[in-house]
Design a binder for this molecule. Structure first.
Ligand code: AMP
Ligand code: MG
Length: 490
């Protein structure tokens, strides 16, 4: 079979619009092969959705395309340039270990970046080896797919291959390549790069490109750059509200890890909270708690400011006027976030309509949960199923009072109590990827046993199912003297 036909059979169907931007935005990459790549996991349903041929991709030649060992006809093979504020400090970054193999056009006409993570060094590697370790790539696969199941905008994972090319992180580890799918990989940091190292024309080109790709409905607006900023503000207000609602802590909300599309990206040190504590920090590198659970909305706003700064010359020729307009837009973030958050949290409590004291009902519950160290996810599951409400917080007079006013609140709406509980079921996941379960899956996979990971993934696929199997996965980690820590996904 000719090269071209073989690639067509796999279903790769690339159209690389990013190459229409100036070369300032990317670097072409040569093949940097890994030894004997083997498939660890492959996402059949995602592959089908984007028009790929599952069987052809699982062959030796197919796996080569997922390992970066083979250039795909019609592909891009580029690393993207970007900068970013890391823990508050500006740095030049870029895809130091990622490779965009192409933009896949799906049978529906949608466009997705296909990116390999861990595929080798690039001009942006800054002394790193450009490689990734199996455990963290499985972690990204599990958590990103769990986020998708939770209906939270996210990049997705198509495959993980492991390789015989060793990767050294103090000790020798198993190397891996993750195939990541995103509606693009344009970051706030891509704009910071354009503004700092390019000029207004580069920013304009990137903005026009991003608008066309992600917010085409504002393309002909008179104030399209201001509206672009507003769209990104809306997307992030909605995204972070969704994170908060499931107890997700991103862990490294640097501006290079924030997408213009509003998808969650970069599953390095992220984790889901077990017991409710607004100060929770998991990441070992977040020493000051900058990205603690309760700070996520504030940090999103801080990041949006850095993004807005890059657009100022496009918003108005007069700098003072541009700053005023942009500040106005940014100051709307907290209100939009609150609206999104209230709407989801009300749904988690079965509330359909609006009353002045709704916010207080939610906040009273959260502060009780914090006081009695209740598990975040399981508390909402108990309220939904009306089971396991005997001990801890549930046994206190405080809770009895709260429960009474909550029930009275539910009675003051048109919808029946049963409808309220149905709404709760759609917003309160029965299962989340708990840290000890993810670790257990990774440990087994490191030993070559993928069953634990596959079982976990199947339970996480529809977290609102409330199946018997999911009940087993609601168990909490054993008490430990050390708080759980995640390490930057290497
Ligand atoms: P992250 O913390 O994953 O957002 O990564 C921050 C930056 O470090 C990005 O530019 C990455 O591409 C880069 N990076 C992370 N790990 C490596 C590695 N092993 N080799 C080269 N660059 C890396
Ligand atoms: Mg990153």
């Amino acid at each position: 079979m000719t090269d071209k036909n073989e690639i067509l059979k796999m279903g790769w169907n690339f159209d690389n619009s990013y190459l229409s931007l100036p070369e300032f935005f990317y670097s072409k990459i040569n093949i940097n092969p890994v030894y004997s790549p083997k498939l660890v996991i492959f996402n059949d349903s995602l592959a089908k959705k984007i028009g790929l041929n599952v069987e052809a991709l699982k062959t030796k030649e197919g796996i080569k395309t997922l390992a970066g060992n083979r250039v795909v006809e019609g592909g891009a093979f580029i690393a993207q340039a970007y900068a970013g504020h890391q823990f508050g400090h500006f740095t030049m970054l870029g895809d130091g270990r990622a490779l965009l193999i192409g933009e896949q056009i799906t049978p529906n006409g949608d466009r997705f970046d296909i990116q390999l993570k861990g595929s080798g060094i690039t001009p942006y590697s800054r002394g790193g080896d450009g490689r990734a370790v199996l455990g963290p790539m499985i972690r990204e696969y599990i958590i990103s797919e769990a986020m998708y199941g939770l209906k939270i905008p996210t990049t997705r994972s198509l495959a993980v291959v492991k390789t015989d090319t060793p990767v050294y992180r103090e000790v020798r580890k198993i190397g891996a390549v993750l195939t990541r799918i995103g509606s693009s990989h344009i970051r706030f940091g891509t704009f910071e790069y354009a503004a700092r190292f390019g000029g207004i024309e580069n920013v304009r080109e990137l903005a026009d490109y991003s608008i066309k790709r992600h917010y085409p409905h504002i393309r002909d607006d008179e104030n399209k750059y201001l509206n672009f900023l507003k769209e990104v503000i809306n997307s992030h207000a909605s995204l972070v509200a969704k994170w908060q609602s499931v107890g997700f802590i991103h862990g490294v909300m640097n501006t290079d890890n924030m997408t213009i599309s509003g998808e969650t990206i970069d599953y390095g040190p992220c984790a889901f909270m077990d017991k409710y504590d607004a100060n929770t920090v998991f990441s070992s590198i977040d020493r000051n708690g900058r990205y603690a659970y309760k700070n996520q909305p504030i940090m999103a706003e801080w990041n949006l400011c850095r993004f807005a700064e890059t657009l100022l010359p496009l918003i108005n020729e007069n700098q003072e006027e541009a700053v005023r307009i942009a500040q106005d837009a940014i100051s709307s973030f907290s209100g939009i976030f609150l609206e999104n958050w209230l709407s989801i949290m009300k749904s988690k409590l079965g509330i359909f309509n609006k009353e002045a004291l709704d916010k207080a009902i939610i906040e009273d519950l959260l502060s009780m949960m914090e006081k009695y160290e209740e598990d975040y996810t399981n508390t909402f599951v108990s309220l939904t199923t009306r089971k396991n409400m005997h001990s801890g917080m549930f046994a206190t007079a405080e809770f009895t009072n709260w429960h009474k006013s909550w029930q009275e609140r539910l009675e003051r709406q048109e919808e029946s109590i049963e409808e309220a509980y149905e709404l709760m079921k759609n917003y309160n996941p029965a299962v989340i990827p708990r840290n000890h379960r993810v670790e257990e899956a990774i440990e087994a996979a490191d030993e070559g046993n993928y069953d634990v990971m596959l079982k976990l993934l199947s339970v996480l696929k529809n977290p609102f199912e409330y199946s018997k199997e999911q009940e087993e996965y609601s168990d909490l980690p054993k008490p430990s003297s050390q708080p759980y820590r995640t390490f930057c996904g290497t």
